[in-house]
Design a protein around this ligand. Sequence first.
Ligand SMILES: C[S@@+](CC[C@H](N)C(=O)[O-])C[C@H]1O[C@@H](n2cnc3c(N)ncnc32)[C@H](O)[C@@H]1O
Length: 266
Amino acid sequence: MTDLDWVPDGIDTSRPSAARVYDYFLGGSHHLPVDRELAGHIEAMTPDIGATMRANRAFLQRAVRFLARAGVRQYLDIGSGIPATGNVHEIAQAEAPGSAVVYVDVDPVAVEHSRAILADVPATGVVLADARDTELVLSATAELGLIDFGQPVAVLLAGVLHFVPDEANPAGIVAGLRAAVGPGSHLVISHATADGQPPEVIEAQKLSSRTGTGIVLRSHAEIASWFDGFPLVEPGLVHIPLWRPEPGEAVGHPERFGAYAGVGTA
Ligand SMILES: C[S@@+](CC[C@H](N)C(=O)[O-])C[C@H]1O[C@@H](n2cnc3c(N)ncnc32)[C@H](O)[C@@H]1O
């Protein structure tokens, strides 16, 4: 144990983690000097990165609110991250008390902190698993008994699939998840892209490999292909600030946000 009581035993504190770097950019309190150092390097190269991450979080929140208002009552949030403000269960349960939310992450800090804040929250659960192991994600989720896969489920993959390398077949992972959920289910994806981005974004991408889970930037066409059988709701797969912004949320140069977001419904 380090002197920080939220750091789980056994984690390598000399190496930055994607979850903690994201937490830093969101203004959270679960990051170490090594994470802040990497965040500083990335930010020096791509000053829009913090705004992109906050816009990603805001997209996730809008998408969950949209789905909750459309009647969704079950959420499988994969690559859920370290709890921050406006977590999925808070938004879903504010709209519809009792909505079931299962959080899945590969990062021990994200999982431990999620377990701590959810201990007394009904209809929620946490799974430590790698998204690349779809079978484990689904079986461990089923074991919790919170989600009925015969009923519509919203599968949330916000800001996570760019951590999955091509060799791990992200298209196959999403296909496996689509096949596991019933009619009327939904797929939410946000993903980093190089489309239209300046060269320094590509350079900054290389820094992400220091976390052990480097980022793969993908094209609009590739990300859109993962919605097979889940047609995108309006406005389609768009730069993240453009996905149904709420009043006052519109931004001037959405193309500067190097990530796409979309929601598909089966
Ligand atoms: C950028 S954060 C996104 C958090 C949250 N989904 C959001 O959009 O606000 C990415 C999260 O994905 C997790 N992650 C990265 N690779 C993963 C994998 N292979 N399996 C599960 N989680 C993963 C990281 O640990 C991190 O918590």
